[in-house]
Design a protein around this ligand. Structure first.
Ligand SMILES: C[S@@+](CC[C@H](N)C(=O)[O-])C[C@H]1O[C@@H](n2cnc3c(N)ncnc32)[C@H](O)[C@@H]1O
Length: 192
């Protein structure tokens, strides 16, 4: 495990009241146009803060692939999916450090609070972008590099401008950035 990686022992923190109030995952995913029937790939899904609401939104005809390198996080996600009756719509995928074996391509791919933990982000993104359908949506949520109240060390964070350059290099289009609550920024892009 690298020193940047989220410690699975702290996984309860990802379900804090503050996080729900600030990020409003259901509302956020709907506003980002995640739809009924979509195939969603949640990379660095952790224990399902976004995967579980996504599974509600994509419905019975859709699917959520919850990808993570840490088995502990995925087991917690699986347990939560069982409690909410969503296991049929969620496929749990244990990844390697830079890639995963996925069976389908995505309409919607999410990287939430993950990329700053990855050692070789360009290689990592290239591997995952192979699983994007033409016209699909890609979302990144990351810690603001200037706000210090909460979150990982500033030195670990990714500048939004650097991330946008990586996306343009991989031929993603309509790259847009906005500031959101919880000391974070959100970048959206479309696979041409
Ligand atoms: C801070 S957590 C965020 C989890 C979730 N996206 C959320 O916002 O609640 C980051 C997650 O990324 C995972 N992760 C870190 N490096 C990864 C990698 N190379 N491939 C896949 N997952 C990774 C960690 O195990 C952890 O579960």
């Amino acid at each position: 495990m690298t020193d940047k990686r989220f410690e699975p022992a702290k996984k309860k923190k990802l379900y804090s009241q503050k996080r729900f109030e600030h990020l409003k995952p259901v509302e956020m995913l709907k506003n980002l146009n995640l739809k009924n029937g979509d195939i969603m790939i949640d990379v660095g899904a952790g224990n399902g803060f976004f995967s579980l609401p996504a599974a509600e939104i994509v419905g019975e005809k859709g699917k959520v692939y919850s990808v993570d390198v840490e088995i502990d996080m995925l087991l917690d996600l699986k347990h939560r999916a069982q409690k909410t009756g969503l296991t049929d719509r969620i496929e749990i995928v244990k990844s390697n450090v830079n890639s995963a074996n996925l069976r389908e391509r995505a309409d919607f791919m999410l990287f939430a609070y993950l990329l700053h933990e990855v050692e070789a982000p360009e290689k990592f993104l290239r591997n995952y972008f192979k699983f994007l359908k033409k016209g699909s949506k890609v979302i990144f949520i990351e810690w603001d590099t200037k706000k210090r109240e909460e979150g990982p060390p500033i030195a670990h964070r990714i500048e939004s401008e650097a991330l946008k350059l990586m996306l343009a290099k991989e031929n993603l289009t309509k790259i847009k950035e906005k500031s959101i609550a919880y000391n974070s920024y959100l970048i959206s892009a479309i696979k041409a």
